[in-house]
Design a protein around this ligand. Structure first.
Ligand SMILES: C[S@@+](CC[C@H](N)C(=O)[O-])C[C@H]1O[C@@H](n2cnc3c(N)ncnc32)[C@H](O)[C@@H]1O
Length: 192
């Protein structure tokens, strides 16, 4: 259930968090914070009036985070990502603007994986984004079952090179990077 014992590299953290528009990130949720590598960097970028909810199944990591990170914006929840909607409702939060996930989707039993993806879709604001990092592309078909738009990137500078997936709910194409212009001399199609 850990996926990896080695915390994510700063290259991976910076690349994934580069997808966040911090001016509109009022509520951010992180699944599987582990020892808090992403958590610390999210807090460094988060608005003073925003909220970060981290959801972690491992009690040791929960205790570690509660003892080491003191920040009024942070809520550390001991539980599963499958309960995200209930966790947000308990805190009086209607939606998450961003959900960031490093949980190992491919080793999680499929009913739980499906529950987590459904809960994620339901908890996200319609213009929100689900930002995922994994060590393989195996999660992609499951993401496509739930999200209309999934953009992929690759970060080799991590122990276990990482696949990144930026998922959006139907109809919102904001901040999904445009394809690069062709390198072979052909003109890009004009914008409509
Ligand atoms: C690969 S580690 C990620 C650690 C950290 N975010 C990092 O980037 O270094 C995956 C984490 O997901 C947690 N996890 C696994 N299943 C989970 C679930 N259903 N809900 C919440 N956390 C989960 C594990 O306990 C572990 O801490």
């Amino acid at each position: 259930m850990l996926g990896s014992l080695i915390p994510s590299s700063r290259f991976l953290v910076n690349r994934l968090l580069g997808q966040v528009d911090w001016s509109r990130a009022g509520v951010v949720v992180e699944y599987g914070p582990g020892v808090g590598t992403f958590t610390a960097e999210i807090l460094r970028r988060l608005r003073p009036d925003a909220t970060l909810v981290v959801i972690e199944t491992n009690g040791d990591f929960v205790r570690h985070l509660r003892h080491t990170v003191r920040d009024d914006r942070l809520h550390v929840v001991h539980g599963s990502a499958a309960g995200t909607s209930e966790v947000l409702a308990d805190k009086g939060l209607a939606h998450a603007d961003y959900i960031i996930s490093g949980i190992p989707f491919t080793t999680i039993p499929s009913p739980i994986r499906e529950e987590i993806l459904r809960a994620t879709h339901a908890a996200l604001h319609p213009t929100g984004a689900f930002l995922v990092y994994q060590f393989t592309r195996a999660v992609l078909p499951y993401l496509h079952q739930v999200f209309t738009l999934v953009h992929q990137e690759f970060e080799p500078r991590n122990i276990m090179p990482a696949r990144l997936f930026y998922c959006r709910r139907h109809g919102d194409r904001r901040r999904v990077p445009r394809p690069r212009a062709p390198q072979n001399g052909h003109r890009a199609r004009p914008k409509r």
